[in-house]
Design a protein around this ligand. Structure first.
Ligand code: HEC
Length: 147
């Protein structure tokens, strides 16, 4: 092997954005692979690592369903900044205040039974095909979107 081949290629040198969607996908995938394996949270004062340590397979399952069924309105990052999301008034799930006001049972009910506006317009259709476990995973995932 030529010594030169041990040099990193330019693409390997570019660091992934730690807060970007690629990193989120990788973390979700790793969490999925390590499901059932108990890991204690890192002791180092690293908020991001500690947050990731709290991820379970449930969160990974939630990430998958969210990307497929929810992101077109709520946005891949949960910011509600898609065309549909803006039209319907989706809130920013990364906002701590929005998260603080969102209760688990209300979120579960909204996903299961749908959501209507005060003037009876459908904001979100009921997701009747999702199992209770999937909805639980989604609620956990949505909470995890908080920045
Ligand atoms: C057609 C667009 C649309 C789709 C698709 C959609 N939502 Fe919503 N969702 C909304 C709107 C609009 C609201 C009301 C504004 C808000 O709270 O962001 C809402 C509200 C919510 C809330 C907040 C409920 C509360 O109590 O505050 C949760 C949680 C939620 N959606 C989760 C999901 C999940 C999970 C999916 C996918 C399974 C999904 N949504 C798919 C439009 C959508």
């Amino acid at each position: 092997m030529r010594a030169g081949r041990l040099q990193p290629t330019p693409t390997q040198r570019a660091a992934l954005d730690p807060a970007g969607p690629d990193m989120r996908d990788i973390v979700a995938y790793l969490a999925f692979l390590s499901r059932g394996v108990t890991v204690s949270p890192p002791s180092a004062p690293n908020a991001r690592l500690q947050k990731w340590a709290a991820f379970t397979a449930d969160t990974a399952a939630g990430a998958r369903v969210f990307a497929a069924s929810c992101a077109k309105c709520h946005g891949a990052e949960g910011k509600g900044d898609t065309k549909m999301g803006q039209k319907l008034g989706c809130k920013d799930f990364t906002d701590a205040k929005v998260q603080g006001e969102m209760k688990d049972d209300a979120a579960t009910k909204a996903i299961k039974e749908g959501l209507k506006s005060a003037d009876d317009k459908t904001l979100m259709k009921p997701f009747e095909t999702l199992s209770d476990d999937e909805i639980k995973a989604l609620v956990a995932y949505v909470h995890g979107l908080k920045k």
